[in-house]
Design a protein around this ligand. Structure first.
Ligand code: NDP
Length: 340
């Protein structure tokens, strides 16, 4: 049984990664910030023993040596999946709240593995399409994004606004990971996954829809009637289902050709008016919350949109994508469980 360290187990994406790891027979230790978070995850897996699912407390990944103890395990780890990184916009200080946990968290775990976990042979990091897209090119209709593209954002631009802060946090963290690999030549391989907007059912603990993870908030707002007067424009036009992305994290451990590769993990394109149409068609009881049929707004950009080439992940991981309508329906169902 292979033992894997998964960081940020309380997160939206990590919960699904954990699910796949357990389903596929791995033994998982996940880091969380507190024992109360560990207890909530433990309660969701009553039949899984401590040998298959255990916890390590890492309160703040931005601290020096934060992972030094967490990477030590008996039996020892063979792989690390690093998902923990802030993805929210409740930020007062971009450096402290976004850049430090993203960049120091990433370099920190790599350093801790080198120092204390020599049995680790594979590291997978959840990066982002934010580290790929060039925000200064806008919709860039003549361009096709591939794994060769890097967001040119600088540290100075990071502090211009919170959106830039998040994009820079992911770009600089992923760059730092590849630089670490080049300079330190560790005995593990690195795989980075770059998903755009991740949609899908929530299986992590959630006290209320007010605390919903950032990327699903568009679907929450839609079913709460916030699009009734005007369908807002998209922040991102590409998406992936959280379950497909989570499976890619695990496949990255299982597919030899995924070692030392970067992957654009996207199912395709969406716009907010498509979300409206799906909910209107499949959730009759929510129709009163939807904008009137034929309402303006929320479409694709008039001048066209960049393309995104996902052929590498399809070829190497052998993944097939869920359809947007299934993802949206499953997400709505899961959010309805949390509606008060
Ligand atoms: P969540 O907010 O649900 O999960 C983030 C996780 O990181 C949580 O477990 C959180 O812990 C943990 N975390 C954040 N900051 C710290 C810190 N300073 N110290 C310790 N733990 C911390 O977001 P997602 O699941 O959506 O995101 C997971 C990863 O995927 C992130 O790296 C994100 O950048 C990336 N990503 C997400 C996309 C999306 O659309 N969802 C798109 C592209 C990339 P706690 O809950 O206790 O705060």
């Amino acid at each position: 049984m292979r033992r894997v360290l998964l960081t940020g187990g309380s997160g939206f994406i990590a919960a699904h990664v954990m699910d796949y790891l357990i389903q596929r027979g791995y033994s998982v230790v996940t880091t969380v910030r507190s024992t109360s978070k560990a207890e909530k995850i433990r309660a969701a897996y009553p039949k899984i023993g401590k040998d298959r699912l255990d916890f390590a407390i890492v309160e703040d990944i931005a601290q020096d040596n934060a992972f030094d103890d967490a990477v030590v395990s008996n039996p020892p780890f063979e792989a690390v999946i690093h998902t923990a990184s802030p993805f929210h916009f409740n930020v007062t200080d971009v450096q402290r709240d976004l850049l430090d946990p993203a960049v120091k968290g990433t370099t920190g775990i790599l350093k801790s593995v080198v120092k204390n976990a020599p049995t680790v042979k594979q590291v997978v990091i959840t990066s982002s399409f934010a580290s790929v897209v060039n925000p200064y090119k806008g919709t860039w209709p003549e361009h096709t994004y591939t794994e060769e593209d890097w967001n040119p954002i600088t540290l100075e631009q990071a502090s211009e606004n919170v959106a830039n802060g998040y994009r820079a946090s992911k770009t600089l963290a992923e760059k730092a990971a590849w630089e670490f690999l080049q300079q330190e030549k560790p005995s593990f391989s690195l795989t980075t996954l770059c998903p755009p907007q991740v949609l899908g059912p929530v299986i992590s603990h959630l006290s209320s829809l007010d605390n919903l993870n950032t990327s699903n908030q568009v679907i929450r707002d839609l079913i709460q009637g916030k699009f009734k007067d005007k369908i807002p424009p998209n922040a991102t036009f590409t998406w992936v289902d959280v379950r497909d992305l989570a499976l890619c994290h695990v496949l990255a451990l299982e597919k030899r050709l995924a070692a030392n590769e970067r992957f654009l993990v996207t199912a395709g394109y969406f716009c907010n008016s498509e979300l409206v149409d799906i909910v209107r068609e499949h959730h009759v009881r929510l129709r009163d919350q939807m904008p009137a049929e034929g309402s303006d707004g929320g479409g694709y950009p008039e001048g066209g949109l960049y393309r995104v080439d996902n052929s590498k992940v399809v070829k190497i991981m052998g993944i097939s994508w869920r359809r947007l309508s299934d993802t949206v329906m499953d997400t709505v169902k899961s959010l309805q469980n949390f509606q008060s």
